[in-house]
Design a protein. Structure first.
Length: 173
């Protein structure tokens, strides 16, 4: 039996990831661990909310995330698949890699937001961080046109930049 770790961020691509994970888990008669990483926001400003309010918001987000993950887990259970849910605090890459080790994942099935190469170069990508650090297989689902529209995303690069590295583009301007 294979174990699939499925990190979910509740973006538009999440539905597609769940559908793909159901397909893989059914094919391999596997079990699924659903994960959501809640990042605590560090705000430094004289106008920042009191720590109590930030803590309450974090607790509320964890509770809301657990409820949503439970709804996703039900979709696996209705087709006879075992599913567990986990909500963890911290950076997504770290949380995903730690959970993959904890559940002995054979595969991680996750999405990519498709921000584009320049964004990933400057900001980094959760997907690339997981690929670099994972000790198991990683299946990345690119965003479909439908999920890009739902997220309000546009094409990251104009047509004439396709196939060029971020360094080439930066040099060209």
């Amino acid at each position: 039996m294979k174990t699939f770790l499925v990190p979910i961020d509740f973006s538009a691509v999440s539905e597609e990831i769940i559908d793909t994970a159901v397909t893989f888990a059914r094919s391999f008669k596997g079990k699924v661990a659903l994960l959501h990483a809640v990042q605590s926001q560090v705000i430094t400003s004289e106008y920042a909310l009191p720590l109590e309010a930030l803590h309450e918001a974090l607790v509320a987000e964890e509770k809301n995330s657990a409820t949503k993950l439970t709804e996703y887990a039900a979709r696996f259970r209705t087709v006879g698949l075992a599913a567990e849910t986990f909500v963890r605090q911290g950076q997504p890459v770290t949380a995903i890699l730690e959970m993959a080790n904890k559940v002995n994942a054979d595969f991680i099935i996750m999405g990519s937001h498709g921000h584009g190469r320049l964004y990933d170069l400057l900001v980094g990508s959760t997907a690339s961080g997981v690929i670099k650090g994972a000790k198991c297989g990683v299946i990345i689902m690119p965003p479909s046109d439908k999920s890009k529209k739902a997220n309000g995303q546009r094409e990251s690069f104009p047509e004439q930049t396709r196939g060029h590295s971020a360094a080439d583009i930066a040099v060209r301007g």
